[in-house]
Write a protein that binds this ligand. Structure first.
Ligand code: AMP
Length: 206
């Protein structure tokens, strides 16, 4: 089961991804976390992306695609992946499909967490108080939200056309959002099982 958690900054993707890791044994691949780790350890990559991240802009597609491919290869045989904060552009989404296909995998589900802009602002203010992330300030947030609307939201029709998109009310409390996500995943798991049965039934006339 490979799943994309989709939504604007502070929609709750990271929080929900961590729950799915604990509950379903999936591996969370957050490009934001990977880039922050690179900065913290002072690597060349970290130095290169620091200014871009603080400003709220997107780092180049090549960089994040390489990070994801590296993780896919480091976690061969995993039960599945949760992509958190990736893909964020159409070229990233296309590269993800190619990278997964090359490893005999595909995206099963894209779950969009829908949250009002006003609620996002309130969450960013709180997260800055709790975690002190440099890009959780009003100027950077405006740029991040603008980039989401311009570059990331166009992925919604891309995944909708593939029949993979499900929407969840991300305004609800954490438990309710988690339950809605579980519902989507379990329903989809059931459909996959039913699909398998009908395949064998067709083959053997059962
Ligand atoms: P996040 O933690 O997902 O909000 O990411 C923090 C910052 O890392 C973003 O504002 C971007 O500067 C950068 N970043 C994370 N993921 C991506 C991505 N998929 N594409 C481009 N930039 C990214």
């Amino acid at each position: 089961m490979n799943l994309i958690l989709f939504g604007p900054p502070a929609a709750g993707k990271g929080t929900q991804a961590k729950r799915l890791v604990a509950e379903r044994g999936l591996i969370q691949l957050s490009t934001g976390d990977m880039l922050r780790a690179a900065r913290k350890s002072g690597t060349e990559l970290g130095l290169k992306v620091a200014g871009i991240m603080d400003r709220g802009d997107l780092v180049s597609d090549d960089i994040v695609i390489a990070l994801i491919e590296e993780q896919l290869d480091m976690n061969k045989g995993a039960a599945g992946f949760i992509f958190d904060g990736f893909p964020r552009t159409v070229p990233q989404a296309e590269a993800l499909d190619t990278a997964l296909a090359a490893r005999d995998m595909h995206v099963d589900s894209v779950i969009r967490l829908k949250v009002d802009d006003e609620a996002l602002v309130a969450r960013i203010v709180k997260r800055f108080q709790d975690e002190g992330r440099k890009d959780d300030n009003p100027e950077s947030f405006k740029i991040r939200l603008g980039n989401y609307n311009k570059q990331t939201a166009p992925l919604l029709p891309f995944y909708s056309a593939q029949g993979k998109l499900a929407e969840v009310d991300g305004m609800a409390d954490i438990e309710t959002v988690a339950a809605s996500i579980a519902h989507v995943l379990d329903r989809q798991g059931g459909q996959n099982q039913a699909g398998k049965k009908s395949f064998w039934a067709r083959l053997f006339g059962g």
